[in-house]
Write a protein that binds this ligand. Structure first.
Ligand code: ADP
Length: 273
């Protein structure tokens, strides 16, 4: 295996004698390296839009700019500010997910609710980006899922919005539900996007890991989306499976355990017509 790292200290304990203490610090050091990487990444992610913003401010200080030029710069500044807002909001979500256990009293929400929210976000993003994609949503089974509803919603919506962001216009996105024989339920998003090379797949859920930095930025990505999805899945005993073929498309699937599912109560809001 990997070499282990020991910290060795001599502790005096009377009569001039010393006690040799050794402690395995391999894990501690790894955690420290990860923490430092994370801080470096966050700083970089914040500095980039800030530098751009500062540059635009300087340009605008030139008062002789024609109004239409000013408007153009202000629009670009708004975009950079939005990017920083998105980043801070994702960072807060991640730290909340990492720092607190799943609350004990969990809500049951119909799958139809998550499906409707994910569809709204997908269609909203397509409109906002001015894209034209074929989005197909299969109606979910009449079941309820237990957990932190806002987290589950953000995990499912994240997979849909990623598909929208990475799939070019003219492409297609399909959201399906599958009840497995053992009672688990799989939610999957399949796109006809660029696909992801196999060497990247194992690292996709790492914070700030991106296959293509510039493409992720262009599409408004923070590099934290899949890290959030992974955390939400883990907290709910769900599995995240990713498969992809370069040039063909990708498939992201969340499989929820049977213990978190039950038939939809008659009183809960029904699926939209
Ligand atoms: P980002 O904010 O960069 O999208 P994510 O954590 O959501 O961050 O995704 C990590 C990376 O995985 C992305 O930068 C992108 O390279 C890749 N990726 C995610 N979803 C897709 C998809 N549907 N098609 C192709 N690549 C994807």
């Amino acid at each position: 295996g990997r070499p282990r790292k020991l910290s060795v200290q001599l502790h005096p304990y009377g009569n001039g004698r010393k006690l040799l203490l050794s402690r395995d610090v391999t894990g501690v050091e790894q955690a420290e390296v990860m923490r430092r990487d994370f801080v470096a990444n966050v700083s970089h992610e914040i500095r980039t839009p800030l530098t751009v913003l500062a540059g635009f401010v300087e340009t605008l200080q030139n008062l002789s700019l024609p109004p239409e030029e000013q408007a153009r710069y202000l629009a670009m500044m708004a975009q950079q500010a939005q990017r920083m807002q998105g980043l801070v909001s994702d960072l807060l979500t991640l730290s909340r997910l990492e720092g607190s256990p799943l609350p004990g009293a969990l809500e049951w929400s119909p799958l139809a609710l998550f499906a409707a929210q994910a569809e709204d976000e997908g269609r909203g993003l397509i409109a906002a980006l001015g894209k034209s994609q074929q989005l197909r949503f299969e109606p979910p089974p009449a079941l309820e899922l237990s957990g932190a509803a806002h987290e589950l919603h953000s995990a499912m919506a994240n997979l849909v919005t990623n598909a929208v962001r990475y799939t070019p216009s003219g492409g297609s996105i399909e959201v399906r539900w599958l009840v497995l024989q053992d009672g688990r339920v799989e939610f999957s998003v399949t796109d006809s996007g660029p696909g992801i090379a196999p060497e990247h797949l194992p690292r996709l859920t790492e914070r700030f890991y991106r296959v293509d930095r510039s493409r992720s930025r262009d599409t408004g990505g923070t590099g934290l989306g899949l890290a959030i999805v992974k955390h939400v899945a883990q907290r709910h005993g769900a599995e995240l499976a990713i498969s992809s073929t370069l040039g063909v498309g990708s498939r992201f699937a969340l499989t929820f355990p049977a213990s978190r599912l039950r038939p939809q109560a008659a009183s809960s809001p029904a699926a939209r017509p």
